[in-house]
Design a binder for this molecule. Structure first.
Ligand SMILES: *Cc1c(COP(=O)(O)O)cnc(C)c1O
Length: 234
């Protein structure tokens, strides 16, 4: 193992230990939370490195970068699209990404439906919710999440699997907690109306700075980049 790999393996251990501790504090089952290693700006060699240390899911935020890496990484990974998705890029994502975390508008859902329909596949998605109210964040507002879920449920080439949010960057991760609580409540509300074809199995929330709090509030997928790979360049 080279120095870089030793470092990354150490970081992964730290993240996993903290994830486990948070899961335990919350009294949740040990396998309730899975790690999505965020590989945006990360090179192919580092992606191979984390794959050798048990990472199975990776998240990219740009379609082109993601597709490029998918074609170059030989490890068997499930690739997730976690970033803002433009309609004209949707076609290229079909069949390539195991989960799209960032469905945040009807027109995007329609485009996924159209492209998945013509490819004859069903695309698993999450609805992104803007739980902080920050204008710079993507996502539907919490009070529109239910409508969006019902709409998406009517599209038969889309499988709605849950919700995703990004908390604001705060120094004290406790300050992110209300966003995670809000997302959990949104999911609960949607589950309560029990729309056929909708399950709220996944809550994608928590990043390097706040994943422990997110896990305490019910995250099932945490998206972690910096804590594994170090600060991003550029
Ligand atoms: C970059 C990014 C992350 C990971 O952020 P870190 O702070 O590096 O862990 C998670 N989710 C999304 C949507 C991102 O764009």
């Amino acid at each position: 193992m080279d120095d870089r790999e030793t470092r990354i393996a150490h970081n992964l251990d730290t993240v996993r230990n903290r994830m486990n501790a948070a899961v335990e504090r919350a009294g949740r089952p040990a396998d309730a939370v899975r790690l999505v290693a965020v590989t945006k700006t990360v090179g192919v060699e580092d992606i191979e490195r984390v794959a050798r240390h048990g990472v199975r899911m990776v998240g990219e935020n740009r379609v082109r970068d993601g597709l490029d890496k998918i074609s170059r990484v030989s490890a068997p990974l499930e690739w997730h699209m976690i970033g803002a998705l433009q309609r004209r890029k949707v076609r290229d994502t079909i069949g390539r990404f195991g989960l799209i975390h960032s469905v945040d508008r009807v027109k995007l859902a329609d485009e996924i439906q159209k492209r998945a329909g013509s490819a004859g596949v069903v695309v698993p998605v999450l609805i992104e919710v803007n739980t902080s109210g920050e204008a710079s964040k993507h996502g539907v507002s919490p009070d529109r999440a239910r409508d969006m879920a019902e709409y998406t449920a009517g599209l038969n080439n889309i499988r709605l699997r849950g919700l995703m949010t990004m908390a604001p960057f705060v120094t004290d991760p406790e300050d992110a907690r209300p966003c995670f609580v809000r997302l959990r409540k949104c999911a609960q509300e949607i589950e309560d109306i029990s729309v056929p074809g909708v399950d709220m199995a996944e809550l994608s929330m928590g990043m390097s700075n706040d994943y422990e709090v997110a896990i305490e509030e019910g995250a099932t997928l945490v998206r972690i980049g910096t804590a594994i790979f170090g600060p991003r360049q550029g």
